[in-house]
Design a protein around this ligand. Sequence first.
Ligand SMILES: [Zn+2]
Length: 211
Amino acid sequence: MYRYLLLGLAAIVLFISCNSNDKEQIFTKEELAIINDTLSPLMKVFVITDKSDSLLLRRTTTELSNAELQSKAYETLCKRMVKTVTDSTVDGVGIAGPQVGISRRVVAVQRYDKEGAPFEVYPNIYIKEYSKETVPGREGCLSVPKSTLSEQEMKCGVVRSEWVIISYTDARELKTVQDTVKGYTARIFQHETDHLEGILYTDRIQPTTQP
Ligand SMILES: [Zn+2]
């Protein structure tokens, strides 16, 4: 009788642990196909001139689970996003998940405010606070070909906060971290986190007196 009780308990424990594994969301098949498509060293950059790319660029992204952050696929995604944005044919200062077809809350940003201006990847990033002080400036986007802009739009800039407080998940410690970012790097963070809400910088442009 005692033995059956133990067996029963073991079955319940096994059931619970299997169930909790099911709840851990791992990348979809489609996402894994994009992440692991190493036939090309660079990831395809989604652009607004393509109808289906455009639909994905306008979607709101979802967060990455802890299991995803600790997966090999996430590591590959980070490396490939940075490789893509730093390639001489792209030469960008930041890139967001949707720009490579991954509708997730992740951005890679060049930290001009750090020595050596390294590229760093920020999962589950949010801007917690925007400074009231703003500054106009010109922006460009890997997903918005210059040929799609009117002459007037080319002369426009985007008004952004001078500094922001960001919050993101430290992928190793799986803890939420906050950081204050200023200057041009704060502009990059604002541009990239906009992508995670389906917002493009062209939605925010306005005439500016900036040269
Ligand atoms: Zn962009």
